[in-house]
Ligand binder design. Structure first.
Ligand code: ATR
Length: 261
């Protein structure tokens, strides 16, 4: 039986096992997918288990998308470009890091038919997933990307690679059409993001990468103020679908039965 794993910290919130095990069963594959909470110091050992063939594939989530990189033999072009890995597999005895967050985010926006042309996008967060979102937004034709992170240095570092980014201080609110929460704020129910909703106005798109809880405070307040909201559910499903194809060579079905799961 093949073994797959999602690693992160915290990991309780992850619905990856449910999703992958559903597709594994649907496609009659002899495999199991589990979740495991890790510390940074455990990463080397778990990658070693992939090398030894004890684990067949790993999904990586908060906060290890960057920190796994030194332990891998090779990155795909996309993972290398954004320096972020969410899917690990073995090929010809090499451990390879790939990134399906970029494709997942793109497909998620296409799913809601949102056209990014001429739109200004404000991203909160400069962690592991932010670079994937920046690349996806650029590929989709966003006009301007503004970035803000509690630790400003991380935002400044991203600007070295994506020089047309506009960096603003944490706590400031610029003019935007779309705001994306790419921080982990919201995973815990008492998490708050300080925003002046009155000044922001209405009819903006509020997008949260978080899908569990399915409506963070960030989204519920935005909705109260008359904005369109979207959580990370479709991005999550699409990144998982792309990871499934990497491991099993099958693009699994996304149908109503799955969406209700
Ligand atoms: P991931 O792999 O999902 O990106 P990460 O790299 O740890 O995980 O990134 C988490 C993001 O959430 C970062 O942007 C982090 O801000 P810092 O760079 O300042 O750490 C942000 N974040 C987490 N907790 C936060 C908090 N209490 N206030 C503001 N930002 C927070």
């Amino acid at each position: 039986m093949k073994k797959y794993l999602v690693i992160g910290n915290p990991i309780e919130h992850s619905l990856s096992p449910q999703l992958h095990n559903h597709w594994i069963k649907e496609n009659n594959i002899d495999a199991i997918y589990n979740k495991k909470q890790l510390n940074e110091s455990d990463i080397e050992e778990i990658i070693d288990e992939v090398k030894k063939g004890e684990i067949d594939g790993i999904n990586v989530t908060v906060p290890f998308k960057k920190s796994v990189i030194p332990f891998l033999d090779q990155l795909t072009a996309l993972a290398k470009e954004v320096q972020s890995v969410n899917t690990i597999f073995k090929k010809d005895d090499k451990i390879i890091g790939d990134n399906t967050d970029i494709g997942g985010f793109e497909k998620g926006l296409k799913y809601i038919n949102y056209d990014l042309k001429n739109k200004n996008v404000f991203i909160l967060g400069a962690g592991g997933v932010a670079s994937s979102i920046i690349l996806a937004l650029k590929r989709l034709g966003a006009a301007k990307i503004i970035l803000s992170n509690r630790t400003k240095k991380k935002a400044d570092d991203l600007k070295k690679k994506y020089t047309d980014l506009e960096i603003i201080n944490w706590g400031e609110t610029p003019d935007f059409n779309v705001i994306i929460n790419a921080t982990s704020l919201g995973l815990k129910s008492d998490d708050q993001i300080k925003l002046n909703y009155t000044d922001i106005g209405t009819n903006k798109l509020f997008y949260d990468i978080i899908y569990n809880p399915n409506k963070t405070k960030f989204l519920s307040k935005a909705e109260q103020f008359g904005n369109q909201i979207e959580n990370g559910k479709m991005m999550f499903i699409y990144q998982a679908q792309l990871a499934f194809r990497i491991w099993h060579n099958i693009l699994p079905k996304i149908d109503n039965k799955l969406l209700d799961l």
